[in-house]
Ligand binder design. Structure first.
Ligand code: DGL
Length: 281
């Protein structure tokens, strides 16, 4: 799938030392970053948050494609060895297209999440952004893996803005979460997939609103495992100590620093980048 020139973009002697690019519209991808820290502690990461243009989940496919291309071109300039779309909306609407356009591997979150879901249950609920829910990407991925399960998707347009505003424990957030989960509870789901990387930030609330037996699937865990496998296959897993994670956002860097502190447990150094300035060839 990848041309041999993939290795030309790395430091020729030591391609394994090149960073992995991880991107999301905002703090959602930090749930993936945390999993990479746990499962791949030697990897150097460049984290991109396209905060000036979030939420992605209410955008059209054309807009998402444009944003994703700009970010990937920027990542290419940074000589990443692999990119992870730590964003379900981008994975649902752009992954298959942009995979053909770049000469480094690009992983999405939906397939790893779908595989994990069918291993856990048969009555599967998916909560997602409006764009991801409308795309039907989870239903298709799940039913392609296993056709005899049932899938219900619920669009949750208010979650991402509430999480980005850090209103996790706000009574309004709890009320809206009840509303979103209600149709899935009526279907007596046994498994719930976080179909947006922002949603694991709400896990204490969502867990408290669901019956104990409902299993929660966080695709972040599984995309990090898929990344590890892919690095092994390509022979580019880093064995040296990693570089500090580099953070680049398109919106206000101070705001991202503040809001991400609680999810990361340290204060990141964040730079501001205009991804739209990336020249498309
Ligand atoms: N966290 C992303 C996702 O998984 C994007 C959410 C948004 O910006 O709407 O879909």
């Amino acid at each position: 799938m990848y041309s041999s020139s993939i290795f030309d973009t790395f430091s020729p002697q030591e391609p394994q030392r090149a960073p992995i690019g991880v991107f999301d519209s905002g703090v959602g991808g930090l749930t993936v970053l945390r999993q990479i820290y746990q499962q791949l502690p030697n990897e150097s990461i460049i984290y991109v948050g396209d905060t000036a243009r979030l939420p992605y989940g209410i955008r059209s496919q054309a807009e998402i494609l444009q944003f994703v291309r700009e970010i990937l071109h920027w990542m290419q300039q940074q000589r990443v060895k692999m990119a992870i779309m730590a964003c379900n909306t981008s994975s649902a609407l752009a992954l298959d297209i942009v995979r053909q356009e770049f000469n480094f591997p690009i992983l999405g979150v939906i397939l790893p999440g779908a595989k994990a879901a069918v291993q856990q249950g048969q009555r599967i609920g998916v909560i997602a952004t409006p764009a991801t829910a409308q795309s039907n990407a989870y239903r298709q991925a799940i039913l392609e893996i296993q056709s005899n399960v049932q899938v219900w998707q619920v669009s949750c347009p208010e979650f991402v803005p509430l999480i980005e505003q850090n209103r996790i424990h706000d009574p309004y957030t709890i009320e809206i979460a009840k509303t979103y989960l209600e149709p899935l509870l009526q279907k007596e789901i046994d498994t719930l997939v976080y179909g947006c990387t922002h949603y694991p930030h709400l896990s204490p609330i969502l867990r408290s609103l669901l019956p104990q037996q409902v299993k929660l699937i966080d695709p972040a865990v599984h995309v990090a495992a898929a990344c590890s496998q892919e690095l092994d296959i390509l022979g580019i897993k880093n064995t040296h100590p990693p570089m500090p994670t580099r953070f680049a956002v398109s919106g206000c860097s101070q705001q991202f620093t503040q809001s991400s502190l609680q999810w990361l447990g340290y204060t990141p150094m964040v730079e501001q980048v205009c991804f739209a300035d990336t020249v498309l060839s």
